[in-house]
Design a binder for this molecule. Structure first.
Ligand code: 8YV
Length: 315
């Protein structure tokens, strides 16, 4: 049996599959870490991580026989990839398999917030319809969707948005070659040109607070912010203030800074749609992500190349 440290909450069915070949040591959220690692630390050869729970440089450095970190997520910002790679530790993630579902949820939030679907449902359930008609939303057709980060997921949302008659524009730090969408060299310019701004870029320290007060101000009082990437990319306090003061019109959020805790100020607002980080949460996608986690671990421990390594972060 190969000893693996589990640092992220993972589907029980995945853990059960893995338990046939691997001895999994539960250390989710650092639970009992010191005692556990003093016993099994030198035996640990792999780590199971996730999108918001992953090993830092300290943990990676404390495991002398660590060979691989397998993340049950496309985003790998919770794992210190540079620390791992500089020690020769492989890091894998789960790209492609979740792209469609994440893009579907982004599109759902766009439609929900502009058409006031959550608000309308609460209105109906409260019995308000018997007294008056619900206020109007706005048409998405003809409006501009600005995408921050035109990677796999951003492109998949762009294709869906085109079918809804949205004009697509984007900002990305990578040169992306010829694309049928208008490119803006700065995020501020993109926000200025957008009716809806979608955050679809990577998380991590470099992008913390990228969507700040100035970006929200540029988006403007008729603008909507949608985030299906990572909570900390948006300055959450600035967002709350912008929503409360009408600096922007509304927001659709699947991710939060400090999740799973969500500020009361957001819970109390009618002009926001809130979902609990469910963009990849379908039976089909979670099954495919689990398959990839197993395939990466099995490949590595049978001497083969892993299927989906994360790109190199160090030169
Ligand atoms: C998951 C994610 O919620 O893939 C990602 O980057 O954030 C999500 O798909 C999570 O990582 C599941 O473990």
């Amino acid at each position: 049996m190969i000893d693996i440290l589990q640092v992220a909450t993972l589907p029980p069915a995945l853990l059960e599959r893995l338990s046939k070949n691997y001895r999994i040591h539960d250390c989710v959220d650092g639970k009992g870490a010191d005692e556990l690692l003093s016993k099994v630390g030198p035996n640990i050869r792999g780590i199971l991580a996730g999108g918001t729970q992953g090993p830092d440089a300290n943990l990676i450095g404390s495991l002398p026989n660590l060979e691989i970190i397998v993340s049950h997520s496309v985003g790998f910002d919770a794992t210190d990839v540079a620390a791992a790679q500089s020690r020769g530790v492989i890091v894998t993630h789960t790209p492609e398999v979740l792209t469609g579902d994440v893009a579907d949820l982004a599109m759902t939030l766009i439609l929900m917030v502009t058409r006031r679907v959550g608000e309308s449902e609460r209105f109906l359930r409260r019995g308000e319809w018997l007294k008056r008609r619900m206020d109007f939303g706005v048409t998405v057709k003809g409006r501009t969707l600005g995408i921050l980060g035109l990677g796999r997921i951003g492109k998949a949302v762009a294709r869906r948005a085109e079918a809804f008659g949205l004009n697509v524009a984007f900002h990305d730090i990578q040169p992306l070659g010829d694309l049928p969408y208008r490119h803006y060299p700065t995020l501020l310019d993109l926000a200025e040109a957008s009716d809806i701004l979608l955050v679809a870029c990577e998380g991590g320290p470099a992008n913390r607070g990228l969507v700040n007060r100035a970006v929200l101000e540029a988006l403007g009082p008729k603008g909507y912010l949608v985030n299906t990437a990572r909570g900390p990319i948006v300055d959450q306090d600035a967002l709350i203030a912008a929503l409360q003061t009408g600096l922007i019109a509304g927001a659709g959020l699947d991710v939060f800074d400090g999740e799973p805790s969500v500020p009361d100020a957001l819970l109390d607002m009618e002009n926001v749609v809130l979902t609990p980080h469910i963009a990849s949460s379908t039976h089909e996608t979670r099954r495919a992500m689990a398959d990839l986690v197993v395939a990466n671990l099995d490949a590595h421990f049978s001497g083969k190349a892993v299927l989906t390594p994360v790109p190199r972060q160090i030169s």
